[in-house]
Design a binder for this molecule. Structure first.
Ligand code: F6R
Length: 642
């Protein structure tokens, strides 16, 4: 096992992994590999007539694992008759049949679909009176011991490094107990509970001690959102601030990651600090920009010594001196900056991100939700319109789920009051509003909205999106509301991309025949709306590729979620002056239903316009730090080659 260390000569942190990590291309391949490991274990135990004792987790991470285990049972005859399971945790208080209960979760996703004996699976009981919990917890541990201890513990990891619900601060020898949930955990859970105020404050969790006593541990993590905490757990010190780091002291623990969750590990993020690398253009760019940012120097100020002292002497020997490498990277970065995102007419475009011709382009901007266009690329959107291109915007989903009930009620009451005042006869349209108002007035927490209410919420967002597009200068015929069907489940959980979604997307692309497509390029979150919207576009563009007009079509990806592209990835950076930042802000303000405490606030309490401005300013800061011109803000894009 490699120990973490800091390179004394440079002060540059030179850390290595203290836990075995296996990185897979994506979460689905990784889940299948873990399912196979479990199946092998179950079967080897069966051969020797022993039971197989598994510790199981809930949450979004193991869903793919359970799907695969069910498949192995149904299609390949994997039996669970010798399996005994103990789940990590349950919210408290919690009724087992509640839609939020982990009992229900486990039954629906696994237990009811395989042949496990009902007496053999255990999930902490969220219904006990408080006075009985302590005894219940010791009994839970005693049952694990009586079963022979956990042969394998499956874990996810919280954004704060929790395992089970052992939050930051939990002790390594902590027992199974009732715990208070951390704010970060509650925020993450709040999307399932329709808001923070409905989210439980306490839970029963297996203690760290029992997890550490498992004979083998597999922790799984997916997506960019987990990358930082994975890095801390695997490469950082063992600390109760990050309970997953305790696993460094387990003798048979492995972290199974997808590419995104592994992206902050030293060997992935800065491989030249760990091993001999093959210096591709991409890697040189990444390393030089990282070096400049690390040393807080503009690119052109890096010296031979800087390269040598920071693990890049082989690059220097091959392509140096420093000045030559610096100037190459400087020019590349400089060439990404353009005030002409649709191409500069009649200019030499050999070093520009976009083609000069045709001077007037047809542009199709896809926005997953009704406000991603203006939030994520509002400056560019406005510029493209001002520079005379034919800009179309396509709102892929209705975004109805993110409108608060009281907001919908306000609009429903408005129509009812208006009708009453003017004695308008009850027609079908009016009925819809009356019914919706009645439903909302009596709606229980986390009840799914009726189709009428969803319609009203969708209309609110539609009106806001239209207002933004008009503000930018688009005409009605340039605004497209796609209402992709995958989104319309009424729940947080959406369907995967379907044929109808692809057909609607292809139809629109064929109609507009765009020279440029802009899409929200959020590849990381496998369950998120943005990813499904992107899948629909990727699939459509790939299918349409043989069409002659597609030869002239370039696809640019913006980052819709809050993280920006890495500086080394950016291929087009569109700068904004202070006035353009304000203009964009006013465009975002059209989304009134998304202001002042939105339904999906997340851990970030800033309003959307603030997040957008901070992010665009940070990009401008990085360009400035690297020695480029100083701008107030910048929007960043990466080209997708199909
Ligand atoms: C669930 C559990 C938690 C989750 C963790 C990650 O039983 O104990 O530790 O594994 O919060 O949750 P997801 O997988 O939803 O990101």
């Amino acid at each position: 096992m490699l120990k973490s260390k800091i390179d004394k000569a440079t002060g540059f942190e030179k850390r290595f992994e203290n836990i075995n990590t296996v990185v897979f291309e994506d979460s689905s391949t990784a889940s299948k590999a873990v399912a196979k490991a479990i199946a092998d274990l179950i079967q080897s135990k069966q051969k020797s007539n022993k039971s197989c004792v598994l510790g199981l987790a809930t949450g979004s991470t193991p869903k793919g694992l359970y799907t695969e285990l069910v498949r192995l049972h149904k299609e390949e005859g994997l039996s669970f008759k010798n399996v005994i399971t103990f789940n990590l945790d349950e919210y408290y208080p919690m009724e087992p049949d509640s839609m939020h209960s982990y009992v229900r979760f486990m039954k629906e996703l696994l237990m009811d679909q395989v042949d496990i004996l009902p007496e053999n699976y255990h999930i902490p009981d969220g219904t006990l009176p408080k006075s009985k919990i302590s005894k219940y917890c010791s009994d839970y541990e005693a049952k694990i011991e009586a079963a022979g201890g956990l042969d394998l513990q499956i874990l996810g990891i919280g954004g704060n490094g929790h395992i089970g619900f052992n939050e930051s601060g939990s002790l390594q020898n902590s027992k199974t107990r009732l715990v208070a949930l951390d704010h970060i955990t509650r925020v993450a859970a709040s999307k399932d509970f329709s808001g923070l105020s409905n989210t439980p404050r306490t839970a029963i969790t297996l203690g760290v001690k029992k997890i550490m006593e498992a004979k083998r541990v597999i922790l799984m993590a997916w997506g960019e959102g987990k990358a930082n905490i994975i890095n801390q757990s695997v490469e950082g010190e063992v600390t109760n601030k990050v309970p997953a780091s305790f696993l460094q002291e387990h003798n048979n623990a492995v972290f199974v990651l997808d590419k995104e969750a592994s992206s902050k590990l030293t060997r992935i993020n800065t491989p030249w600090l760990v091993e001999q690398v093959e210096w591709t253009d991409k890697l040189i760019r990444k390393a030089v920009l990282a070096l400049a940012l690390h040393l807080k120097k503009p690119v052109l100020m890096l010296t031979d010594a800087d390269y040598i002292e920071n693990g890049m002497s082989d690059l220097l020997a091959d392509s140096g001196p420093a000045y030559d490498i610096n100037i190459k990277i400087f020019n590349k970065l400089q060439n990404t900056i353009t005030g002409w995102p649709g191409g500069k007419p009649n200019a030499d475009d050999s070093n520009r991100p976009e083609r000069a011709a045709p001077a007037k382009k047809r542009i199709l901007l896809f926005s997953p939700h009704p406000d991603d266009d203006i939030i994520s690329m509002g400056g560019t959107f406005i510029r493209l319109q001002e520079q005379g291109h034919e800009v179309h915007v396509a709102y892929q989903t209705s975004g109805n789920i993110a409108v608060a009930d009281d907001e919908a009620l306000r609009f429903a009451s408005f129509v009812c009051d208006y009708n009453e005042k003017f004695g308008i006869e009850s027609g079908q349209a009016i009925d819809i509003y009356t019914k919706a108002a009645k439903f909302l007035a009596n709606k229980k927490a986390s009840e799914i909205d009726t189709p009428e209410v969803r319609y009203i919420k969708g209309l609110i967002r539609k009106g806001e999106a239209r207002a933004t597009s008009h503000y930018v200068g688009l005409k009605d015929e340039q605004i497209h509301f796609m209402n992709l069907p995958f989104y319309e489940t009424g729940k947080i959980e959406k369907n995967p991309v379907g044929e109808e979604d692809i057909k609607l997307t292809m139809d629109l692309i064929e109609k507009v025949k765009p020279h440029q497509i802009y899409a929200a390029g959020d590849l990381a979150d496998p369950h998120g709306t943005h990813k499904v919207c992107l899948d629909a576009i990727f699939e459509s563009v790939t299918r349409l590729k043989p069409e002659p007009f597609m030869k002239d079509c370039w696809v640019w990806l913006y980052r819709g979620a809050w993280q920006e592209w890495g500086i080394d990835e950016i291929e087009m950076a569109v700068p904004m002056g202070p006035d353009q930042v304000l203009e964009k802000r006013r465009g975002i303000f059209k989304h009134q239903s998304q202001k002042d405490g939105v339904v999906f606030q997340g851990a970030d309490s800033r309003e959307f316009w603030q997040r957008a401005e901070d992010r665009n300013r940070e990009t401008a800061d990085i360009y400035d730090q690297l020695g480029m011109s100083r701008y107030a803000a910048m929007e960043a894009f990466v080209r997708w080659h199909f």
